[in-house]
Design a protein around this ligand. Structure first.
Ligand code: FES
Length: 190
């Protein structure tokens, strides 16, 4: 998949040039690229920025990052798929991550996952057909003393049960009627 680029205007750096798509979110990626002076070992930082700006790492984004850092696309794809905190699929408006590390697992984390799967008809790693809810699992989130841990829309919630998680998710889904939180966040980020 080729990335189309247009000539950079005289007096402008690579990061100053407008992305050909016209999508202003690319400027966030470009700023990170510039901050790290296009160094290839900044790949994870750049991917983080891309995911924060777009919500997930699409093929186009991976190609763009590879192109900008002059890295093989296969390398960038490999890094993006290796780390569990990167996602290559569009995420729902709400994001439910259940920790399945050892401490959480022994405290019924698998039952939490099963309850959400059953209630919303999705597997871990999937998003509901209406785009409202994504469910995923993580390895240890570093808060084992709070097990089992749930991260709902970025909020870390301790000592969850299947019942409490279902209630929280239900409330969260019911509360969103004012457009996409992700879109609002992207707007706020400029
Ligand atoms: S195992 Fe879940 S936070 Fe460590």
């Amino acid at each position: 998949m080729a990335v189309q680029t247009k000539p950079i205007p005289r007096g402008k750096s690579r990061a100053d040039a407008e992305h050909p798509s016209g999508d202003p979110r690319f400027s966030l990626i470009d700023r990170t690229l510039k901050r790290f002076q296009y160094q290839q070992d900044a790949l994870i930082e750049v991917l983080h920025t891309a995911q924060e700006a777009f919500g997930f790492l699409s093929d186009d984004l991976l190609v763009y990052v590879a192109h900008q850092l002059k890295l093989p696309q296969s390398w960038v794809y490999g890094v993006a798929t290796f780390y569990h905190f990167f996602t290559l699929k569009p995420q729902g408006q709400h994001n439910c991550i259940v920790c399945m590390g050892t401490a959480c697992y022994v405290k019924r984390a698998a039952e939490i996952v099963a309850a959400v799967q059953h209630e919303y008809g999705i597997e871990a790693g999937e998003t509901t057909a209406d785009g409202q809810l994504s469910l995923s699992t993580a390895r240890c989130l570093g808060s084992c003393g709070l097990a089992p841990v749930l991260v709902l829309d970025g909020e870390v919630l301790p000592r969850e049960t299947p019942e409490s998680t279902l209630q929280r998710v239900k409330e969260r889904l019911a509360s969103v009627t004012n457009g996409s939180g992700r879109a609002q966040q992207a707007e706020a980020n400029g």
